[in-house]
Design a protein around this ligand. Structure first.
Ligand code: CMP
Length: 837
């Protein structure tokens, strides 16, 4: 038999074992790697027994011979397994959420690796007396973490999603840092070995420069290659297979080109490529294609992970037979160093980040899980294998690194992973899922009732039809099952909290549905879905109060918007502002329609589930939010009336297209129209859809001109002057009840009412000013403090003319000055007159 056949046989056997073990691990709620490691070690013992004993068991013996041959090929480990492991980790992460936590993740990842290397190296050096550089290398090997177990637990206990992002992000980036450090120490050891032990370690500054060059180079290469792939992906049509192939080739190409051709970090390039695909993929691929792609990668990662674990555990089994005290001390020292380092980072550094508000406070119990759940996984094993396979290193060093690292991975699996559940119980974390359990019970009880109702209906119909052979409806089930009154299980606050999480989850689903129906753009769905996720976290953390706080937060214009506004005011850059405005329009309009669906959902589904009182509270919360969104939309429409109209029209057209599409399909199924007619109609619809897929352009200049046209003072001006005046005017929306001018305030500007109303309150009279009127002119003309309060009656759209521009305009336009002075004089006279009784 050829080596290839041996290898294939071995892989097939491993996959067979794996397919049995994974469901078993799920049943016992253990990370499947624990069982894989046990199986791997068992196969290791069995293999050496069979091969050494010369047993002839046909395909069995051959499979073990194949496994034995596979083990030898350690140089394959790094290039074959590492890229898909890293790529999948990068692909599955929610990049938007990662960016939210990026400060914390970066600091945690970099500092955690450095602290781990230092602690492990220190303790191992003290315990075993091994060379310090070897200890540092071992530290780098074991400093990568595998977040799967922690994330699983966080999900089970309903911890905020940001914690999972923190763990995932940390693990992804610390892989990159640890592997870079690994390369550095390997380099030093190899250089030493080649000069017979007298070689000096590389100059630290040049080592850091090389490290930075490799790191940044990897980032740039990974990003650029992934961008090219992103351009190719949408052109591959419907083929999921082609899309997956492009990403697989991206994964290996970026790794090899970086490492072998450009000499930058291949690992960083792969991570960056994956993150780029994760950021742009969901918006460039159809949701179905994106899901399919992620499934392919999950499968690849699973295979890589399983093979690594089984093969490494077989090696470990070999080692266990000839274990010495050196390794025992080594592993214990690694364990002490690694967990001390992790505790130091989580309990020492996270609080500092919390203090600087770079990360939201993390519950102490979750911190404990983060420490104890710092398992090591496939990446550590791959690095250990690479060290073991490097012939340039002295053999004792290779053995020491490989054996200590692999044994430590097994230690974390057998000791930490198996006791994580216990730790959870000790900290009372398993009780946190009580809410979720209560909800599940309710859903079950309700569905049972529904099923019974359904059954009885069917039986009744059956009885009517068969007339005589009656079946007793009561015998079909126990109709007395009544849903447990929700009040018994949970208090109102808890039920409202569950309800809010349910609503937010539904909200996210609705956004995704809108995207699938091509009503929402890809970019917007990413923003909105990420927002819904954040909202879920906040609600889990702080309940209804968190919901309201969050809404307040997002209703304020964000930093990007303020920056865009500043760019526009200061330098006249319009592009960014118009983009932001258009986004805001779209978000508000979509939110409004989704909120009205949520109102119906709440009324129809929540009362049964959580009780009428919870439904009423939730309705109030949604109502509040609806009013907020409506207000913001009104303000924006007031400010950009033309644009708002065209956006609304586009929204309507999209809804019409969706409706028509559904109608055509119905007619086709009913056989009213033929397939040919349907295809023709569908193509026409696609054309129309294409036409409305572009957002209407927002022309700030046009909007402003339209508003200037409404001010009577400017009515007589020619087009050229209107454009001139337009450059000096700034648009502003005042909110209902907002005081625009305060008595005694500095006279810095005058205002024109472009839409809406304001009321002027002097000491003696109250006057209402409407569209086309102006105010604030008296202070500017007389250089005296303001003589009245001016308050917006509703959403009011104003044009502001600052003092300098006012002076310039009036100097060049005597007729405008005369008109303004005339009005001011009339007002002075009115204010002097006796108040009406
Ligand atoms: P100013 O004094 O700068 O600030 C308050 C503004 O209220 C004032 O300019 C006028 O524009 C406006 N105002 C004051 N009195 C009246 C009035 N009687 N009728 C209309 N507007 C007025």
């Amino acid at each position: 038999m050829t080596d290839t056949l041996y290898a294939l046989l071995a892989i097939a056997v491993v996959l067979t074992v794996v397919s049995v073990l994974v469901p078993l691990a799920e049943r016992f709620r253990l990370p499947h790697t624990v069982l894989l490691a046990i199986a791997g070690m068992g196969m290791g013992f069995l293999g050496s027994w069979i091969i050494a004993g010369g047993l002839r068991l046909g395909v069995f013996t051959d499979a073990f011979i194949g496994l034995d041959k596979l083990e030898v090929g350690t140089e394959l480990f790094l290039p074959l397994f590492l890229p898909p492991l890293l790529f999948t980790a990068g692909l599955t992460i929610d990049v938007r959420r990662l960016m939210d936590e990026i400060h914390a993740v970066l600091l945690l990842a970099i500092v955690a690796v450095l602290v781990c290397i230092a602690c492990v190296a220190g303790v191992v050096h003290l315990a075993t007396g091994m060379d310090i550089v070897v200890c540092l290398l071992l530290g780098a090997v074991v400093s990568t973490t595998d977040p799967a177990a922690v994330i699983g637990i966080f999900r089970d206990v309903g911890a905020p999603k940001r914690l999972s992002i923190l763990a995932e992000g940390e693990s992804l980036l610390n892989d990159a840092v640890a592997i870079a450090a690994f390369g550095l120490f390997m380099g030093i050891l190899v250089a030493r070995a080649s000069t017979d032990g007298s070689g000096m370690p590389a100059d630290p500054t040049s080592a850091i420069a090389v490290f930075l060059r490799e790191f940044v180079g990897g980032l740039v290469l990974g990003f650029s290659m992934a961008r090219i792939a992103i351009m190719i992906l949408p052109r591959l049509g419907e083929s999921d297979a082609a899309i997956a192939s492009v990403t697989v080739s991206l994964c290996y190409l970026s790794f090899i080109i970086a490492d072998k051709y450009i000499h930058v970090s291949g690992v960083v390039a792969v991570v960056m490529a994956a993150l780029t695909i994760a950021a742009y993929g969901p918006t460039h691929l159809h949701p179905r294609q994106w899901t399919a792609l992620r499934q392919v990668w999950a499968q690849l990662e699973f295979w890589a992970n399983c093979l690594i674990f089984v093969l490494a555990s077989m090696v470990a089994a070999d080692v266990l037979l000839k274990i010495t005290w050196l390794y025992v001390w080594g592993v214990l020292a690694v364990a002490i160093g690694a967990f001390a380092a992790r505790a130091l980072v989580v309990f020492g550094m996270l609080p500092v980040l919390e203090g600087f508000r770079l990360v939201q406070p993390v519950n102490r119990r979750y911190k404990a899980i983060l420490v104890w759940g710092g398992l090591r996984g496939a990446v550590t094993i791959v690095l250990a294998m690479v060290a073991a396979g490097n012939e340039q290193l002295p053999e004792p060093v290779r053995d020491f690194i490989a054996i200590s690292a692999v044994l430590f991975v097994l230690f974390t699996l057998f000791v930490n992973a198996t006791t994580l559940g216990l730790v959870m119980h000790l900290f009372g974390l398993d009780k946190l899922s009580r809410l979720e359990l209560a909800l599940r019970d309710r859903v079950l009880a309700l569905s049972r009732v529904n099923v019974e109702k359904h059954l009885q209906q069917i039986i009744r119909q059956h009885n009517e039809r068969t007339d005589g052979f009656a079946v007793d409806p009561a015998s079909a089930g126990d109709p007395s099952v009544e849903p447990v009154p929700p009040e018994l299980a949970l208090d109102l606050e808890e039920r409202v909290k569950i309800g809010l999480v349910t609503l937010c989850t539904r909200e996210k689903e609705l956004y995704l549905e809108l995207f699938e129906q091509q009503i929402l753009s890809r970019r917007m769905v990413a923003v909105l879905a990420a927002n819904a996720d954040r909202l879920i976290d906040t609600v889990r953390d702080k309940g209804a109060k968190g919901y309201e706080q969050w809404l307040e937060e997002i209703s304020r214009p964000d930093r990007g918007f303020r920056f865009a506004l500043w760019l526009h005011r200061r330098f006249g850059f319009e592009r960014m502002l118009t983009d932001r405005l258009a986004d805001r329009f779209e978000i508000l309009m979509v939110s409004l329609s989704v909120l009205s669906e949520l109102t119906t959902f709440n009324a129809n589904s929540i009362a049964d589930l959580l009780g009428h009182d919870a439904e009423a509270s939730l309705a109030a919360v949604i109502g509040n939010r609806q009013r907020g969104v409506e207000g913001a939309l009104r303000a924006l429409s007031l400010q950009y009336p033309g644009y708002s109209e065209s956006v609304q029209q586009r929204q309507l057209e999209r809804a019409a297209i969706r409706y028509e599409g559904a109608e055509y399909i119905r007619r086709l199924h009913e056989g009213i129209i033929s397939r040919e007619v349907y295809n023709d109609l569908r193509d026409k619809l696609a054309e129309r859809r294409g036409a409305v897929s572009q957002r209407p352009p927002l022309d700030l200049g046009l909007e402003l001109q339209a508003m200037i046209g409404r001010v009577s003072l400017f009515a007589g001006l020619d087009q050229h002057t209107i454009v001139e005046v337009g450059k000096r005017l700034r648009a502003l929306v005042a909110f209902p009840g907002e005081t625009i001018i305060k008595v005694g305030g500095p006279p810095d500007a005058m205002y024109f009412v472009a839409a809406g109303e304001v009321t002027v309150h002097t000491k003696t009279i109250v006057v209402t000013l409407k569209e086309g009127d102006f105010f604030g002119e008296m202070g500017l003309l007389s250089a005296q403090p303001r003589n009245a309060d001016v308050v917006a009656s509703g959403y009011t759209h104003l044009l502001v003319l600052y003092r300098r521009d006012f002076n310039k305009l009036l100097a060049g336009r005597p007729e405008v000055r005369a008109a303004v002075e005339k009005v001011a004089a009339q007002r002075v006279a009115a204010n002097r007159a006796e108040p009406a009784r």
